[in-house]
Design a protein around this ligand. Structure first.
Ligand code: SF4
Ligand code: SF4
Length: 406
């Protein structure tokens, strides 16, 4: 392949020689271009028992395959990159690998990735059968995915390896995969392991913590979540047990309203999450330098002004328009039991984040009998959202993009 993988021995040697500075509140990588203040303050928190020191705003590399943007984030001191096996069909991991190899700074950057498996939607557990693009939930498939990810990332280890998208406590503690993650950690291919969740977050977080093997939980957490108070308590529980907490979906759907009237104040939404000190870091997706600089600015001061509080309050009153709560109340209102919440997530990727590739991957992973292709042949949509989301309109938008073809 023409590249040298950073292995565990290299990593431990460099760590022992003091290349890991902790508690330093200034960027430790090469300084970036002079179009931003060079003295940008980076605030670090400790990721639970992992003891990793991570900036409160990290880089969610879901929507970007720009080496320049990643390099600039690293230069500014953002030392934690969050990706997944599926993001941008592997290009997210590939570009991270290229950037880190070129910069020669793998050991200074914390890389997190996620392994995804087919779900059995009826039983609420991972599936041993496999479905669409998602492999069966076996140790063999986890190891295969991980080897592919390590190859793309040009490294022999990741810092955090997550079981991706657990939507029930049973999934978070699904033994074939949980045991495989423990094994991978023992082998040194993942320094730490965790689970990610976008649904039933409080119960998934508690189950993951009580399993006693996970070091980190990655959870959806934002100001429009209906269950945000329960999520907050579960986060507190995790932090109290030494499990590091990473927050995602911090924008609550961003600019998802069909009418285009209100766009969530990104800065305020991020500040809302950072005000919870039990959250170590957030992973907003970034696609532009402006977004990066805005996130860096938030790190300097996350006190919410009165105006920002009012804006968030107003936006949260429009929660139905903006954000799918993944409550699944709509599923029985479709006679075909189409996986509407997953399609709403695909819509968020397409319209909210402008990431058609991720939208296509998300919609395309659904089995044919509950996917968007069913809607294509449906004469009239009967599905109803208890929060006021116009499901029909969003499905039509996805059909226009032909996302069902994967
Ligand atoms: S368009 Fe038809 S199949 Fe699709 S969600 Fe609506 S009712 Fe279900
Ligand atoms: S009922 Fe509405 S909020 Fe709940 S999952 Fe369905 S679309 Fe999302």
């Amino acid at each position: 392949m023409g590249y040298r993988r950073m292995n565990r021995r290299d990593f431990i040697g460099k760590a022992a020689s003091g290349l890991f500075s902790t508690g330093v509140a200034l960027p430790f990588l090469k300084a970036g271009p002079a179009n931003q203040e060079q003295s940008q303050k980076i605030i670090y928190r400790t990721l639970g028992r992992t003891k990793l020191r991570i900036p409160v705003v990290s880089f969610g590399v879901m929507n970007s395959d720009s080496p320049d943007l990643i390099k600039e984030a690293l230069d500014k001191g953002i030392n934690h990159l969050d990706t997944a096996f599926l993001y941008l069909r592997g290009n997210s991991e590939r570009v991270i690998g290229e950037v880190l190899e070129k910069a020669g700074n793998r050991e200074k950057v914390y890389v997190a990735t996620k392994m995804r498996f087919a779900r059995d939607t009826k039983k609420g557990i991972f599936s041993l059968k496999g479905s669409g693009r998602e492999p069966a939930a076996t140790e063999e498939n986890l190891l295969k995915q991980l080897e592919v990810s390590l190859g793309r990332l040009r490294t022999d280890y990741v810092d955090i390896l997550y079981l991706h998208s657990c939507y029930s406590p049973q999934m978070a503690t699904y033994e074939p995969l949980m045991n495989a993650l423990v094994k991978v950690k023992k082998q040194g291919k993942a320094r730490f392991i965790g689970v990610s969740t976008h649904r039933d977050e409080p119960n998934v977080i508690r189950a993951a913590v009580d399993a006693g093997v996970y070091d980190v939980v990655l959870t959806a957490y934002n100001f429009v979540q209906e269950n945000r108070e329960e999520v907050k308590k579960a986060i507190q529980y995790a932090a109290g047990k030494g499990v590091g907490v990473v927050a995602m979906k911090t924008q609550g759907g961003r600019r998802l309203q069909e009418e285009g009237k209100i766009e969530v104040n990104h800065e305020a939404a991020l500040k809302w999450v950072l005000n919870d000190e039990n959250v170590c870091t957030t992973i907003p997706g970034m696609t532009t330098f402006d977004q990066l600089y805005l996130n860096l600015k938030v790190m300097s001061n996350w006190a919410l002004s009165e105006g920002e509080k009012r804006e968030l309050q107003l936006a949260s009153m429009l929660k139905g328009i903006l954000y799918c709560q993944n409550c699944r109340a709509c599923v029985p209102t479709c006679s075909h039991r189409v996986e509407i919440p997953t399609l709403m997530r695909a819509y968020m990727y397409a319209q909210g984040y402008g990431n058609l590739i991720q939208a296509r991957i998300t919609a395309g992973a659904l089995p044919a009998e509950t996917g968007l292709n069913v809607c294509q042949d449906c004469s009239s949509c009967t599905a109803a959202c208890r929060n006021g989301i116009n499901i029909d309109s969003r499905l039509k938008s996805l059909l226009t993009e032909k996302l069902y073809r994967g």
